[in-house]
Ligand binder design. Structure first.
Ligand SMILES: *Cc1c(COP(=O)(O)O)cnc(C)c1O
Length: 392
């Protein structure tokens, strides 16, 4: 019975056992430690012979509940919850790599993931090679004898490029590499990388999983043996998620499907509305037939996601004017919120890169990223339209 339930049902009904209070909604366990029954149980817990909680840095009922649910939704064996998305990205790599290892990573990864690969890992003699999401035929030749992991984001931020996960899963297995997919943009509702062969699925839960801009959190989900090593690393280095955030995120998952349905419906409508706009060079959205990987998006994603990008005519300065002209949309660095958020990567998140570096990851000068929220569609479109007019 349990196995055959559908996504929405698991997201709502997968819950830890009720306490004697018979609460309907999962309780919050704000406790730093747990009391042992006796000396023998304490010994057995520390020896990993029996399941149970010792200390919230290691595990907590709220974190366990969240992870059990996420594993059901992603179709993975095991996982851990982390304090942030970056703690998930970092631990999923650092726990499994050692000096001398090499990572093959898609060039368009999240900014802080770049910093880990470019600045932090070289200190520990862990190297990487970037590959282009739009040129998968070049990837295999860049695998080195010391390559251990492939790390990708799909769809990518902010260019919304897509890589074929089925192909990638086969490539990783052929070369016995760990495939680690940052599934933040899609969420488990739209895409399950493990189904296509990913060994690790990493998330920033801060984005659509919470979906209401309240908490920072992350998760690493995947193969049992890999999670065991990551759990050891996390237990002793301490990036655990607070039980409060785990409780919030477990509640968030109950509405993930309905929220994502509406995010995607609104984003698709915004993309369609803008695609013939005279003030735009182009509009990009995975489920628009004009997206270069439209067929692939349809194959591996349930819907197109909540993020739309477009290029305003007039470059960097026009991009800034557009943001200043917005009346309702928020100008914020976050995404995946109920509120529609617009950002201009060339003058903010990616302003430290050279123009050539930006173009290499698809960030054109007037590129605007819109994380389409859950407000009324007409109000979202009206604000974008008036800002395009006012910023001419
Ligand atoms: C936001 C984000 C992260 C980092 O997550 P935090 O929760 O902010 O630490 C990683 N990857 C992607 C794709 C993101 O959008």
């Amino acid at each position: 019975m349990e196995d055959k339930r559908n996504f929405e049902t698991d997201a709502i009904r997968a819950q830890t056992e009720r306490t004697t209070f018979r609460e309907h909604s999962v309780p919050l366990y704000l406790t730093s430690s747990f009391v042992f029954e006796d000396a023998e149980q304490a010994r057995a817990l520390f020896a990993d012979e029996v399941p149970g909680n010792i200390y919230t840095r290691f595990s907590n009922p709220n974190n366990t509940e969240l992870i059990n649910k996420l594993c059901l939704l992603e179709g993975t064996e095991d996982g851990i919850a982390t304090a942030s998305g970056m703690a998930a990205m970092y631990c999923s790599m650092a726990a499994l790599l050692k000096a001398g290892d090499h990572v093959l990573a898609s060039r368009s990864v999240f900014g802080s993931t770049h910093q880990i690969l470019n600045t932090l890992f070289p200190r520990f003699n862990i190297s990487h090679t970037y590959v282009d999401l739009n040129a998968p035929s070049t990837w295999e030749s860049k695998i080195l004898p010391n390559t251990k992991m492939i790390f990708v984001e799909t769809p990518s931020n902010p260019a919304l490029d897509i890589i074929d996960l089925e192909w990638l899963g086969k490539l990783a297995n052929k070369h016995k590499l760990i495939l680690n997919v940052d599934n933040c943009f899609a969420t488990p509702y739209l895409q399950n990388p493990a189904k296509w062969g990913a060994h690790l699925v990493t998330h920033s839960a801060t984005k659509f999983i919470d979906g209401q801009g309240r908490v920072i959190g992350g998760a690493i989900l995947g193969r049992k043996d890999l999670i065991k090593e990551i759990r050891f690393f996390a237990r002793h280095t301490g990036p655990s998620m607070s039980p409060f955030n785990a409780w919030v995120l477990s509640k968030s998952l109950e509405t993930l499907a309905v929220r994502m349905d509406r995010h995607c419906e609104n984003a698709n409508s915004v993309a369609k509305h803008l695609q013939s706009h005279s003030q735009l060079e182009y509009v990009k959205y995975p489920f628009l037939p004009s997206h270069p990987q439209f067929e692939l998006a349809k194959k591996q994603m349930r819907l197109g996601g909540g993020v739309v990008t477009f290029e305003v005519k007039g470059g960097i300065e026009r991009g800034r004017r557009f943001l200043n002209a917005l009346k309702m949309l928020s100008h914020s660095a976050n995404l995946g919120d109920t509120r529609t958020i617009a950002t201009h990567p060339a003058s903010t998140t990616h302003s430290k890169l050279s123009e050539a570096e930006r173009l290499a990851v698809g960030i054109t000068p007037g590129l605007i990223r819109v994380s389409v929220g859950l407000e009324n569609l007409n109000d979202i479109i009206a604000d974008i339209d008036q800002a395009l007019l006012a910023s001419q």
